[in-house]
Design a protein around this ligand. Structure first.
Ligand SMILES: Nc1ncnc2c1ncn2[C@@H]1O[C@H](COP(=O)(O)OP(=O)(O)OP(=O)(O)O)[C@@H](O)[C@H]1O
Ligand SMILES: [Mg+2]
Length: 356
């Protein structure tokens, strides 16, 4: 959770100071006013990167030398990010330079929900794995180590394949890759069943037409069903040599929640797809709060796109009940939604007024 947010020279925002509430913060303003830039600033602070520009250079306000974002965490620890065109990125946590970005991510569990999040289903397995692994990072202390080790071993194996090394030199990596991979699979399956349990409660409240639906988890390990990863690696060595990369493993896993025996991407409307993604993020936030006692931050860009008023009401009602601090943008919202929530109006990069 964040308090005392200050944003300087981020896109068209010269200087904004916000005291966010612990619950829902609505950021309203016309097109180009700076709403998404507020979310971008928070994203940079928690993750050290933007969600829309690869380089932070284009985020710095035109003709300025640097940008700055500062805030306090829930335990009142100051956190600050500065990016200077000349000297690059520096992040301070509790007034000391940050050693690893993962330290910051632990303090500020953050999920970003883009306006086009209904495209989640089309974006491929990598995005689905990332969503799942985000949750594991925050609730399973061992997961980050496992995943980083797995990736290192995979890189080594792939590099041996690319260099057309002897089979025994390639297979040198197999037992480590397999044991990390099996462990990752176990953790992912555990997280998915927790996730499905929360999702089953949340989704029908967001999307009442699916009130009595049945839900089923499908997980694809990333290698042939029924085999161990070690035997899958052994069996596919000549194919891997031809391809010059390792095809089987946890890096090729995928998952799906089937609803009423159907794949949501094939039967859901766009609004329902958006609600599905929102319910997933809400379920992740719930599990995170139960396990590491840190309130998640949810950045939700453009509440009203794809959702009608009734479903927007459902989303805010649900968020009101969840242990999350939400920053939600919209060009305009019905009075039924703004009541009882903290409002920030942005115009040309400035804050107009604030209050409930
Ligand atoms: N580096 C920069 N320096 C100054 N202004 C910039 C920079 N990069 C982008 N802008 C401008 O900042 C403004 C804020 O953009 P932002 O995406 O935050 O608007 P928004 O309120 O989310 O609009 P929309 O409702 O259209 O999504 C835009 O007018 C954009 O052109
Ligand atoms: Mg925007």
């Amino acid at each position: 959770m964040l308090g005392q947010l200050n944003i300087n020279n981020v896109r068209n925002i010269t200087d904004i100071r916000i005291q966010p509430s612990a619950g829902i913060n609505l950021i309203l303003g016309s097109n180009g006013s700076g709403k998404t830039s507020v979310l971008e600033a928070i994203h940079m602070l928690a993750l050290g990167k933007s969600f829309r520009s690869r380089s932070l250079k284009s985020v710095v306000q035109f003709s300025q030398p640097q940008l700055q974002v500062t805030a306090k965490t829930s335990s009142n620890i100051p956190v600050g990010l500065q990016y200077s065109i000349d000297s690059g990125l520096s992040i301070r946590l509790n007034n000391a330079p940050l050693k690893r970005l993962s330290e910051l991510a632990t303090q500020l569990p953050l999920q970003f929900i883009p306006a086009n999040c209904h495209q989640f289903f089309e974006q491929g397995p990598k995005y689905r794995r990332q969503l799942l692994d985000w949750g594991l990072f925050h609730v399973e202390p061992n997961f980050n180590y496992l995943w980083q080790s797995y990736k290192k071993v995979l890189q080594q194996r792939n590099s041996a394949l690319r260099q057309h090394k002897q089979v025994n030199e390639i297979q040198l990596w197999d037992s480590q890759l397999a044991s990390h991979g099996e462990e990752i699979t176990k953790l992912r399956k555990m997280q998915l069943s927790r996730l499905l349990k929360e999702f089953e409660n949340i989704f029908p409240r967001l999307c009442p037409v699916y009130e009595n639906a049945s839900y089923e988890l499908k997980y694809r390990d990333g290698w042939l069903k029924g085999e161990s990863l070690l035997s899958a690696l052994t069996a596919s060595i000549s194919r891997d040599q031809q391809l010059a990369y390792t095809r089987s493993g946890s890096h090729a896993a995928d998952w799906l929640f089937k609803i009423n025996d159907s794949d949501p991407s094939e039967v859901f409307s766009r609004g329902q797809q958006k609600l599905f993604y929102l319910a997933l993020c809400m379920a992740q936030a719930t599990i995170t709060a139960q396990n590491n006692h840190e309130t998640s931050i949810l950045l939700f860009d453009d509440l009203s796109s794809e959702l009608d008023l009734l479903h927007q009401v459902n989303v805010l009602k649900e968020l009101d009940e969840l242990p999350v601090q939400a920053f939600i943008t919209a060009t305009e919202l019905d009075a039924a939604l703004t009541e009882n929530h903290t409002l920030f109006h942005v115009k040309q990069g400035r804050l107009l007024e604030s209050g409930s």
